[in-house]
Write a protein that binds this ligand. Structure first.
Ligand SMILES: Nc1ncnc2c1ncn2[C@@H]1O[C@H](COP(=O)(O)OP(=O)(O)OP(=O)(O)O)[C@@H](O)[C@H]1O
Ligand SMILES: [Mg+2]
Length: 492
């Protein structure tokens, strides 16, 4: 008997696969998704290999994990192969039962998987979008054909995932298309960089995961520069959501003057220092969300660029964190927001301090208040920069010639109102190592002339030679020139 209370509305195979390939994966996120699967399968070594052959190019990920028999492989190839709400093993990096298919098909029209478990013969399955589209059936192929077969080099247990017909990465390019080839090479470089970042904590340690990328080992990129002595780890907190724990460790990275130019450059990461500030959320030690202020109302600004905060969550909080299929988006659960805000504020304030002052230690060593030339003024929420009228030299000049005081004031105001802040901010963030420290581009003679002018003012104000020198040493920027200060008063 027919049940007339429903009708079956099966998805159209080609349309469904086409929609699934449009989730918006980047090539690097797609490869990372395959590596997640390899790690979840217990792999210790993973090879990523790409071959340029124009439209016949391929990328494959080969692991030495536990592999699958034919039945498991068929199940793995089904979209929705596992219950997204199920409990996952603690080390499992998966969640939705989709990644293998969505990630692969986002980059390629053809997905070939070969796998071998320890006690079963090798199994092979293929999704080919063109076959599905023409047959209008969910035809999972068992035979990949000779060319694909020759590209699968497996012997022991493990899994090879291979992408062919790379329509999104290569398109219809000929093998001698140099522009397309270069694009392919650039994408591969991005993939490697992404892996170095996302899996950096798994790539180190006593039993590290080994990832070979085109034959060479991928080196970890640690956003927190924990190997650098000048990195500050400011505390550590464990927050709880129900019975789950979230571990938060804020870091303030070193001022660039404490790093070699190479280390500084590498520390910036793929996109530069300013974009790379914020929280780094790790799920099972795998980075799911790099450098984001998590919608807490904070912006990425250049002077907070040294703040990077590590957050560790496990895979039992995926719903609370709103994890998406690509593992690219996550938001802290509402109950944690105020804690996250508080921690972010502390880290940002500290980072801004380090970013602004590197001569701090010297300043504190002196008993005199540190005399700056510039001060920052905050008025109605707007920042501007003012010359310190109490600075000995400025004060002296203003008072010495009362007849010209108005003009001098006008000149100072003009300078203050035209400080090229945008240009400075841009230069300082992009090439901080090229910013000349104060007086570094002046001759000793020029520097001494400025020093002497202030020295004279101080002496006229009643200080002794020793007192005046001490005062100079507590002044920006002469605290960096103790030898010049010491030479004052000895010359004829
Ligand atoms: N390299 C591999 N080795 C062994 N088994 C694998 C491998 N790749 C995938 N599988 C199996 O296929 C299943 C489906 O993988 P898929 O990536 O589609 O989903 P998932 O990892 O379960 O969840 P997610 O959608 O979050 O990635 C996995 O759960 C796993 O059982
Ligand atoms: Mg997966």
């Amino acid at each position: 008997v027919e049940d007339s209370s429903f009708e079956l509305a099966e998805p159209d195979p080609a349309a469904t696969l086409t929609a699934l390939r449009s989730l918006g994966y980047t090539p690097q996120a797609a490869v990372a998704d395959l590596i997640d699967n390899s790690i979840a399968a217990g792999a210790r070594a993973i090879r990523i290999e790409a071959q340029w052959e124009g439209r016949d190019s391929y990328i494959r990920v080969v692991d030495d994990g536990r592999g699958m028999d034919a039945g498991e492989l068929r199940q793995a190839m089904r979209p929705g192969s596992k219950d997204p709400l199920g409990i996952r093993a603690p080390h499992d990096l998966g969640r939705f039962g989709l990644g293998l298919k969505t990630a692969s098909l986002s980059q390629a029209r053809r997905l070939v998987v070969a796998s071998k478990a320890r006690t079963s013969p090798a199994a092979l399955r293929v999704w080919d979008l063109d076959v599905v589209s023409e047959s209008r059936q969910w035809r999972l192929l068992k035979d990949p054909g000779d060319r694909s077969r020759a590209r699968l080099t497996h012997s022991g247990p493990g899994t090879t995932v291979m992408w062919e017909k790379l329509d999104r990465l290569v398109g219809d390019a000929d093998a001698d298309d140099r522009v397309a080839h270069q694009r392919f090479v650039d994408i591969l470089a991005q993939i490697e960089e992404h892996i170095a970042m996302v899996f950096h904590r798994l790539l180190v340690g006593p039993k590290p995961l080994v990832v070979l990328f085109q034959g060479h080992r991928v080196l970890p990129w640690d956003p927190f520069m924990e190997d650098e002595p000048a990195t500050q780890r400011i505390g550590e907190e464990t927050l709880t959501v129900g019975d789950r724990r979230v571990r938060v460790v804020p870091f303030v990275l070193p001022h660039h003057s404490k790093l070699t130019p190479d280390v500084f450059k590498r520390g910036a990461g793929a996109r530069g220092w300013t974009p790379m500030q914020g929280f780094y959320v790790y799920r099972n030690r795998r980075l799911v969300l790099p450098s984001d202020w998590l919608g807490l109302g904070y912006q990425k600004e250049v002077h907070y660029q040294l703040a990077r905060i590590r957050v560790d969550i496990d895979n039992q909080m995926d719903t609370e964190w709103g994890l998406d299929v690509r593992k690219l988006h996550a938001r802290p659960p509402a109950v944690l927001r105020s804690d996250f805000k508080r921690i972010a504020k502390i880290a940002r304030d500290r980072a801004a301090e380090v970013y602004r002052h590197r001569g701090k230690a010297l300043a504190r060593a002196s008993s005199q208040p540190f005399a700056f030339v510039w001060k920052q003024q905050l008025k109605h929420g707007k920042v501007s920069y003012r010359l310190e009228r109490e600075h000995p030299l400025i004060k002296d000049v203003l008072e010495a010639d009362r007849s010209r005081r108005k003009q001098l004031e006008a000149m100072l105001k003009l300078i203050e109102e035209t400080v090229p802040t945008a240009m400075i901010a841009l230069d300082a963030s992009e090439n901080p190592q090229d910013m000349a420290p104060a007086f570094s581009t002046r001759s000793t003679h020029e520097t001494l002339e400025v020093l002497r002018a202030i020295f004279d003012v101080l002496l006229r104000g009643g200080l002794t030679t020793v007192g005046a020198k001490e005062r100079l040493l507590s002044m920006d920027p002469f605290s960096h020139y103790p030898e010049l200060v010491a030479s004052l008063g000895t010359e004829t």
